[in-house]
Write a protein that binds this ligand. Structure first.
Ligand code: AMP
Length: 589
């Protein structure tokens, strides 16, 4: 480990040791910096923040400032987007807004983005890289095969730049610095990352990845979805990629954007030897259904690094399929609103990974959540948890679940992030969190309450049946159909490979029976919720859904398949593409 790496780990150890004091100090800095902002003044009044001790300020803040949702801050963000330059949320004017997907109900929301956002991104990238290199050292000046994508940025009529947070990061000075400071360089030039066309970018990422095959030290993307999606494309495009490698050309059908063509062609040189080698490997890989594709084609890669937790879990088995015996390292925990925690133990498998909270990044509070007894009398509740009063980071308890609340340097105050986490342990005095799920219920017809995590477990149970058939589940989503009485759940599956109808009937019944929520079970038994419906959609349906999101401003780097939808456009795509339907026979007496 280099000096620089031990420095940054030393910095984090010290911050974690004095986590409570760091938090009080972080809040003080946020409030000192922004005390003139209209939103702060509305709740804190004319208190002279400079004359209060940091701990008194903390008590004043948590007792005067209400918890907020995005909707509470939206009028202020709207005024910023419309060009108002008086201090609204922060003292410094905000010139950039990010589109957050994490808090959405199907449409992206604006969140302020400042220099602080890119600085903390650089900081956590360096910290995570230092932990990784302790376990899996990589060669200096090596290459990284990075499946990253910027979305288009646009300006509001008043000149505020809007785009996804990852897009702002890839365009920032800090992103360039990250490459120098971690001494590893992405295979693709900026023109590829920011082409705005994910298909063309993916082709170039793969082509340049092969071009630098011997130098690639690891393979990465923000969310695991993009790695899986890229290698699915590779299975179809490898012949053209090999042709381009052999001749030093760039397929004019695959890549048409002039800037991208120019930038990629500058790098490529004819390499018939490499093309021959890759072709031979691909023939062999095709015979074994592409198991171990990554280590075969990138023999010096040490690991695959990407977010594999939460809504990415369903892609893990495909990712392992491509990764063969290569280590899978689950990436850090953050959101457009703020970075939260780092994975300090890269050797842990994705289902065991925890995130140590970085106490200098934002001021974190935790709303204690207790799961409700599965008693149907509490059907008035809107979700499955009873809330306690928010506690500071220093008071969280091991084994308990919480919703995260953020106060950030970018002007969010006591903002409910909507993520449920569990305290799995501590690093010195900062908690290590397990990501549990998004809090919002996704499936509910009447007294039933099911979250994304519940749906994920049910789908995992149902798809077990496919295990020895050679077929696999590509992606899934769901919808609570209350249009007809009784309402019922619909689960949409896209499958690759052939499966007998009899087995799909079993999958459907198995999923219906696998919901453990008492509200659901009772309702199914009394038929106040109808039999679960499994709709099989044709190949490529989920790609169409992803493309629909991208067309509406999302970036592939941040894309997460919605696990439940009521969006009429998505439902139309799903219903038009449905090729088979099954109705569960579970609970049929
Ligand atoms: P976005 O708004 O697109 O930035 O997405 C942020 C959301 O992605 C978070 O609020 C989480 O729900 C989810 N997320 C981010 N990092 C992780 C992680 N390491 N594990 C699980 N979920 C994550």
């Amino acid at each position: 480990m280099s000096c620089r790496e031990s420095d940054i780990i030393g910095w984090f150890d010290a911050a974690a040791e004095s986590a409570a004091a760091q938090q009080t100090e972080t809040l003080r800095r946020i409030l000192w910096r922004n005390h003139t902002a209209e939103y702060l003044k509305k709740w804190l009044g004319d208190v002279d923040v400079h004359h209060l001790e940091a701990s008194a300020l903390e008590s004043l803040f948590t007792s005067s400032m209400p918890l907020a949702s995005h909707a509470d801050l939206e009028p202020y963000i709207r005024r910023i987007a419309d060009g108002e330059t008086t201090p609204l949320l922060t003292q410094e004017p905000i010139a950039t807004l990010s589109l957050s997907s994490g808090t959405t109900e199907g449409r992206p929301k604006y969140v302020p983005f400042t220099r602080h956002s890119s600085e903390t991104t650089l900081q956590i990238f360096k910290l995570a890289a230092a932990y990784r290199s302790r376990m899996y050292p990589t060669k200096e000046k090596g290459r990284v095969l990075e499946f990253i994508y910027s979305s288009k940025r646009f300006k509001t009529k008043c000149g505020i730049t809007v785009g996804t947070a990852t897009t702002h990061v890839y365009a920032s000075e800090e992103f360039k610095m990250k490459q120098h400071e971690t001494k590893s360089y992405t295979c693709s030039p900026q023109e590829v990352i920011s082409s705005g066309d994910y298909k063309q970018s993916t082709y170039c990422h793969l082509l340049l990845g092969i071009h630098y095959a011997e130098e690639v030290e690891y393979v990465t993307s923000t969310f695991a979805y993009s790695v899986v999606q890229a290698f699915r494309s590779f299975q179809e495009a490898w012949r053209e990629i090999c042709n381009d490698i052999r001749d030093g050309t760039l397929s004019s059908t695959k890549v048409t954007i002039p800037d991208v063509r120019r930038a990629v062609l500058e790098v490529l040189r004819p390499n018939p030897g490499l093309a021959l080698k890759i072709e031979a490997k691909c023939h062999e890989l095709e015979r074994r259904d592409w198991v171990g594709l990554i280590p075969e084609l990138w023999p010096n890669a040490k690991y695959v690094y990407s977010i594999m937790t939460g809504s990415m879990q369903p892609y893990l088995s495909k990712l392992s399929h491509y990764a063969g015996n290569l280590a899978l390292i689950s990436a850090d925990y953050g959101s457009t609103e703020s970075w939260i925690g780092v994975n300090m133990e890269p050797c842990l498998p994705p289902d065991k990974v925890t995130f140590a909270v970085i106490p200098t990044f934002s001021y974190f509070e935790f709303i204690p959540l207790r799961r409700q007894s599965h008693d149907t009398s509490d059907y008035q509740a809107t979700d499955d948890f009873v809330e306690g009063d928010p506690v500071p980071l220093s008071q969280v308890k091991m084994g308990n679940e919480y919703e995260i609340v953020l106060t950030t340097f970018t002007g969010l105050y006591r903002y409910r992030l909507g993520d449920v986490v569990e305290v799995a342990g501590f690093h010195r005095n900062t908690p290590k969190l397990n990501f549990i799920c998004r809090r919002k219920l996704i499936l509910t017809v009447n007294i039933d309450k099911n979250t994304e995590k519940d749906l994920q477990s049910v789908v995992a149970r149902g798809s077990q049946i496919l295990r020895n058939t050679g077929a696999e589940l590509v992606d899934f989503t769901s919808h609570a159909d209350v249009g007809k009485q009784p309402g019922h759940y619909i689960i949409y599956w896209e499958i690759e490979g052939k499966v007998e109808e009899r087995l799909l009937e079993d999958c459907c019944r198995e999923m219906d029976a696998a919901f453990v929520d008492q509200g659901y079970i009772v309702s199914r038994k009394s038929n106040s919720i109808g039999p679960l419906e499994l709709c099989i959609v044709e190949k490529g349906t989920f790609k169409k859904i992803m493309e629909n999101f991208i067309a509406n401003g999302a970036a592939l780097s941040q894309f997460k398949t919605p696990r439940c939808t009521s969006n009429p456009v998505l439902l139309k795509i799903l219903n038009v593409c449905t090729i088979k339907k099954f109705h569960s026979t579970a609970y049929a007496s």
